[in-house]
Design a protein around this ligand. Structure first.
Ligand SMILES: [Zn+2]
Length: 157
């Protein structure tokens, strides 16, 4: 993730986090970056200015929450084989409960919604749902990082 200070053509400054300069260029070109003060989409990177001593400047906006099932970690996941030890199974059941409690279930629409979130046409949030290995491969090819979740039966069933 790269942090950029940004400025619109009205001179308002704000900032944002991007996966990289290419991602910034893509969003800026697609006019998906807008000034929070005037809504202008002519946004460019500002020269880095020291924040120290600047008074009255509003705090930077909170980091955009990274959806749980669409994460930045693109490393190959370690793979587990054999029977899952009991303690681990309980942890995975908790993971499932946490995902179910905090993320939106999209079912078979998962891949489509993950694309919309990536493009910015759907609100950024944690989503989960079913994806085939082909779906996962094409999402990863598009630069949308998804994480398969070890889905164990509910702990209360
Ligand atoms: Zn502005």
């Amino acid at each position: 993730m790269i942090h950029y200070d940004l400025r619109c053509d009205e001179g308002h400054t704000f900032d944002g986090w991007f996966k990289g300069s290419a991602e910034f260029d893509r969003l800026a070109h697609a006019k998906l970056l807008t000034c929070p003060q005037c809504g202008g989409s002519k946004v460019d990177r500002a020269m880095m200015a020291p924040r120290i001593g600047k008074r009255g400047q509003s705090a930077p906006p909170p980091l955009r929450e990274v959806p749980a099932a669409v994460t930045e970690a693109a490393k190959p996941a370690p793979t587990l084989a054999g029977p899952i030890p009991d303690g681990l199974r309980a942890m995975l059941a908790k993971l499932r409960e946490a995902v179910e409690a905090r993320c939106d279930y999209l079912g078979a629409d998962f891949a489509e919604e993950a694309r919309k979130i990536h493009e910015g046409s759907a609100p950024a949030r944690g989503i989960y749902g079913e994806a085939t290995p082909d779906d996962i491969e094409s999402l990863l090819d598009e630069g949308i990082e998804v994480t398969p979740i070890p889905w164990v039966p509910r702990s209360d069933s």
